[in-house]
Design a protein around this ligand. Structure first.
Ligand code: NAP
Length: 250
């Protein structure tokens, strides 16, 4: 099947999403005439829904994902999940190997430390929770699921920015429910208002949430950066643009 008079082949695409970049890519693929199903894990209460078809919830491990790929005759899986969603990315590699569907992963380039920034790289959340001194006023921008790693630091104060509030934040923690993108001046105002001494972040890459890194650098706030999990090898590109480039080539 071809679209109009160009060379695009219409594909049946499973787009593993849950990121702004995935949502934008869904619109562009739909506009090109591809049959796109975006998949969301169902972590947020009111997700922003992409164009095209959407399914929500886990597949049931790599085998469940493989069954879904076969049942829906998917010929291309695009992994546009967040770089810290390591399980689903590994499942995608296994399921695509088993079903021989093509897999393209988007891996956004990592953020580099700005000039002069205080920047400590740590391997995981446990190490992040040990990376600041007693009395620190810490802004956590790591999502909701791993906040527990910081609960024992009763010697510090915490502001946790999340999309949906956690059910069990310790007493005294401030919870700020907000969804990016965030502007530099707003990030600086937030950090000044509290006043933050340490920022804990994942190295998400991309533009959506980069302003906090710049704001921290400008205000002399130390950044505790949790490094990315390692993923099994796959055909990898750096952006949605590059995905479209690969599809135009094939
Ligand atoms: P994860 O640890 O890699 O995945 C845990 C399980 O959740 C997977 O085994 C899978 O269940 C299910 N799952 C994850 N992503 C899915 C998707 N897009 N569609 C269907 N099922 C999915 O994932 P996570 O870190 O919890 O992230 C969940 C979602 O939030 C992802 O879509 C990710 O893009 C988004 N997100 C994550 C972060 C983060 O920091 N981790 C930040 C922003 C957005 P089954 O094994 O049952 O299939």
């Amino acid at each position: 099947m071809t679209q109009g008079n160009d060379h695009h082949v219409n594909r049946r695409i499973l787009l593993l999403g849950g990121t702004a970049e995935a949502r934008q890519l869904a619109s562009r693929l739909v506009a090109q005439g591809h049959r796109v199903t975006s998949s969301l894990a169902g972590r947020t209460a009111t997700p922003l829904l992409p164009e095209g078809e959407v399914r929500i919830g886990g597949f049931g491990g790599p085998d469940g994902l493989a069954r879904w790929i076969v049942a829906h005759r998917i010929d291309l899986v695009i992994d546009a999940t967040h770089p810290y969603a390591a399980k689903i990315s590994a499942n995608a590699v296994a399921a695509c190997a088993a079903t021989r569907a093509r897999l393209i992963r988007i891996e956004r380039p990592v953020w580099e430390p700005p000039e002069g920034a205080g920047w400590t790289e740590v391997a995981d959340m446990g190490a992040a929770a040990r990376a600041f001194p007693g009395g620190a006023r810490v802004l956590l921008t790591i999502g909701r699921q791993e906040l527990e790693a910081f609960h024992h630091r009763t010697d510090c104060s915490f502001l946790a920015r999340v999309i949906d509030p956690p059910s069990d934040a310790p007493q005294g923690w401030l919870i700020l429910a907000a969804r990016g993108p965030f502007a530099l001046e707003d990030e600086m105002a937030l950090m000044r208002a509290h006043p933050i001494t340490h920022l804990v972040s994942k190295n998400s890459g991309g533009e959506q949430t980069h302003a906090k890194i710049e704001a921290a650098a400008q205000l002399g706030i130390d950044v505790v950066m949790v490094t990315r999990p390692r993923l099994p090898p796959a055909e990898t590109v750096r952006s949605a643009d590059e995905v479209l480039g690969r599809l135009a080539e094939a």
